[in-house]
Design a binder for this molecule. Structure first.
Ligand SMILES: [Zn+2]
Length: 79
């Protein structure tokens, strides 16, 4: 899957996730129903801080297989 960026002249930019190579040059705007054109930007490849990219990867994994904890977290360690 790939994220494609479109621009509606009335509502602004929006992203659509589609299988690679299936995006057309125009798409219906999800807010106003008008026509939006595809825009091209630099791919979002590993420009995130390592801690943030790790947290996002963990969040992505937990969508299908939530992490299971076997003990209750200790009190007093939260900030
Ligand atoms: Zn729109």
């Amino acid at each position: 899957m790939a994220t494609y960026e479109f621009l509606c002249s009335a509502c602004g930019p929006f992203d659509v996730v589609l299988p690679m190579g299936t995006a057309s040059e125009h798409r219906e705007c999800p807010w106003c129903g008008g026509g939006a054109r595809r825009v091209y930007s630099a791919p979002r490849l590993s420009r995130l801080a390592p801690a943030l990219s790790g947290a996002l990867a963990r969040e992505e994994r937990s969508r299908d297989e939530p992490e299971v904890v076997s003990t209750v977290p200790r009190r007093g360690r939260r900030r």
